[in-house]
Design a protein around this ligand. Structure first.
Ligand code: F6P
Length: 323
């Protein structure tokens, strides 16, 4: 058997650890492993490298992905997928391990259906927005990166008695904002899943002033529902509340980089090994994930249909603690 592995979509810390686990599990079971560059793009262009256990030395601790990543437009087209299939056949690749997010799996499920190539997904994204797993690879590292950054911003906020708006990643999901917000002790957390009226934000800031707070942090997810971007939010507060001259920090892509946390390395290692074992067991079109500390498999079709919902209880906790 020959297995292809690739990383696709936004990179996430721990993707290298997942590649390493797939490659080493293949070596352990005497299966050949090809690494495709830039996700589906690499399969379409037949751009690959044969990976042995030594090819993945010293990468468990590295951010990014040694196989590079991309979001392929060509793979969305039937022609692109046919090219990909022809290339896999010419190299005798029997199955694929896809490390990425839901876009990656949607393409993979379609490909598998059209050409009968078994695929197994491994969730790798900082957003943690994939059904079928409690944690995606990269999420824990990103949370720690955000908390570390906000801790530093807090030093300035506190020294200058200032209000800071900090924008974190998450176009459609508030996992990073919600959990880092609680971890960093934010005053307010604005997320895509919750329609929070702007008056509530003003009320909360007024209350804080009265209770003697001299500085505050508001965490805003990229896709928050206020209808204003983080700069407009700061402007709005400035216009509506005396005494505030808010500052804005957009953390941006620094959240995607850095050495993976131990949690992400262990998660990636477990999921990588399981993905190979399931393929060898004849399983296909599933994604491996973790639930209650057990590695579980969920059909990709179910992953496409369902959404991982945030824990609203955390919003309540945040409200209580920001008193
Ligand atoms: O899906 C991961 C993610 O980092 C999102 O949180 C963010 O909205 C998006 O990717 C940014 O994508 P790009 O790197 O293409 O700007």
């Amino acid at each position: 058997m020959k297995i292809g592995v690739m990383t696709s979509g936004g990179d996430a810390p721990g993707m290298n650890a997942a590649i390493r686990a797939v490659v080493r599990a293949c070596a352990y079971y005497n299966v050949k492993c090809f690494g495709y560059y830039r996700g589906y793009e690499g399969i379409i262009e037949n751009d690959f490298i044969e990976l042995t256990s030594r090819s993945v030395k010293n990468i468990i601790n590295k951010g990014g992905t040694m196989l590079k990543s991309a979001r392929s437009e060509e793979f969305r087209l039937a022609e692109g997928r046919k090219k990909a299939y022809d290339n896999l056949k010419s190299e005798d690749v029997d199955a694929l391990v896809l490390i990425g997010g839901d876009g990656t799996f949607t393409g993979g499920a379609l490909f598998s259906k059209e050409f009968d190539i078994p695929v197994i997904g491994i969730p790798g994204t900082i957003d943690n927005d994939i059904y079928g797993t409690q944690f995606t690879i990269g999420y824990d590292t990103a949370l720690n990166t955000v908390v570390e950054a906000v801790d530093k911003i807090r030093d300035t906020a506190s020294s200058h008695n200032r209000l800071f708006f900090v924008e974190v990643m998450g176009r459609d999901a508030g996992f990073i904002a919600l959990n880092s917000g609680i971890g960093a002790g934010a005053e307010e957390i604005l997320i895509p899943e919750e329609d929070q009226p702007l008056e509530k934000l003003l009320e909360s800031l007024k209350r804080s002033k009265i209770s003697g707070k001299t500085s505050s942090i508001v965490i805003v997810a990229e896709g928050d529902k206020t209808g204003k971007n983080v700069f407009e939010l700061a402007e709005y507060v400035k216009e509506n509340l005396d005494d505030y001259s808010p500052r804005v920090t957009v953390l941006g892509h620094l959240q995607r980089g850095g050495s993976p946390s131990c949690f992400d390395r262990v998660l990636a290692s477990r999921l990588g090994v399981k993905a190979v074992e399931l393929l060898l067991d004849g399983k296909k079109d599933i994604m491996v994930g973790v639930r209650n500390n057990e590695v579980v498999a969920t059909p990709i079709i179910e992953i496409m249909r369902c959404k991982n919902s945030i824990n609203k209880e955390l919003l309540r906790i945040s409200d209580i603690l920001s008193i």
